[in-house]
Design a protein around this ligand. Structure first.
Ligand code: ATP
Length: 238
């Protein structure tokens, strides 16, 4: 077996004395879709923030391919091919859609191919091409989420983490965005981690899953083989 694309090994993260992530381990293979599910406050955002350099872990390791990326700063991690799309699809509201997208191509390797990648992003989200000169702040919530995804794609990632992108969006928009995420995975073989409140959707879309509860990974397995009762017990801790 080749090594996983992303390996999180016994990672712990705290806020002061409070341990929000307690010895979590998780693996993602190349081209795989993995879902990370759990109740509000389980530690999913904290875990992925530490993996992408937004928070410093207190112990444990993160490997991207063979490389130890634990504690590296976020720009460097993005340059290596790992990006996070945070909750709420944050954009630079006063900047145009296109300038928001181009900001994502800051890694040197991505900059050379920025024009081609921009073409791919517009193919994936035609509405962004129509609105490329408009300020991002004038777009709808779903369209701003598309800008945030497009900006992450501009860095030519090998692995993308989506943190609850469906929050606050209508069911039709959510469905549309998830279809595009599937296209990204199929076309570019980009590995994907989905943090999702909608457990059914997450399991349907993913190859494997991890359940987090009170800072720990309490269950993992292949999404197609999950037993509903076992999942419920792990999810709620009953
Ligand atoms: P959600 O689905 O609500 O985003 P989550 O599983 O992503 O939940 P986290 O946001 O990682 O969970 O929160 C894990 C724990 O850490 C919670 O108890 C939360 O209250 C706490 N926490 C999160 N951010 C901070 C912070 N900045 N300072 C202190 N405690 C925090």
């Amino acid at each position: 077996m080749s090594e996983p694309l992303l390996r999180i090994d016994d990672l712990s993260v705290g806020y002061g004395d409070f341990i929000a992530v307690d010895g979590a381990s998780l693996q993602v293979d190349e081209g795989q879709i993995v879902s990370l599910i759990g109740l509000n406050g389980a530690g999913k955002t904290t875990l992925t923030s530490a993996v992408t350099g937004l928070l410093k872990p207190t112990s444990g390791k993160v490997y991207f391919g063979a490389e130890d990326i634990t504690g590296m700063n976020t720009d460097k991690i993005v340059s290596k091919g790992l990006s996070l799309i945070p909750q709420g699809g944050r954009c630079f509201n006063r900047m145009s859609v296109q300038d928001n997208l181009l900001m994502g191509s800051f890694p040197r390797s991505a900059r050379k191919e920025a024009k081609e990648t921009l073409g791919h992003v517009y193919e994936l989200f035609p509405v962004l091409k129509e609105k490329m000169r408009d300020p991002a702040g004038s777009l709808s919530g779903g369209q701003r989420q598309m800008v945030a995804i497009g900006r992450a794609l501009m860095a030519r990632p090998k692995c993308l983490i989506f943190d609850e992108i469906s929050l606050g969006l209508s069911p039709a928009v959510i469905k549309d965005i998830y279809n595009r995420i599937q296209s990204i995975n199929e076309r570019d073989k980009t590995a994907i981690i989905l943090i999702e409140q909608d457990t059914r959707r997450a399991l349907k879309m993913s190859d494997s899953f991890f359940v987090m509860l009170k800072g720990k990974i309490v269950l993992s397995g292949k999404s197609a083989e999950v037993d509903a009762e076992t999942l419920k017990e792990a999810y709620f801790g009953i």
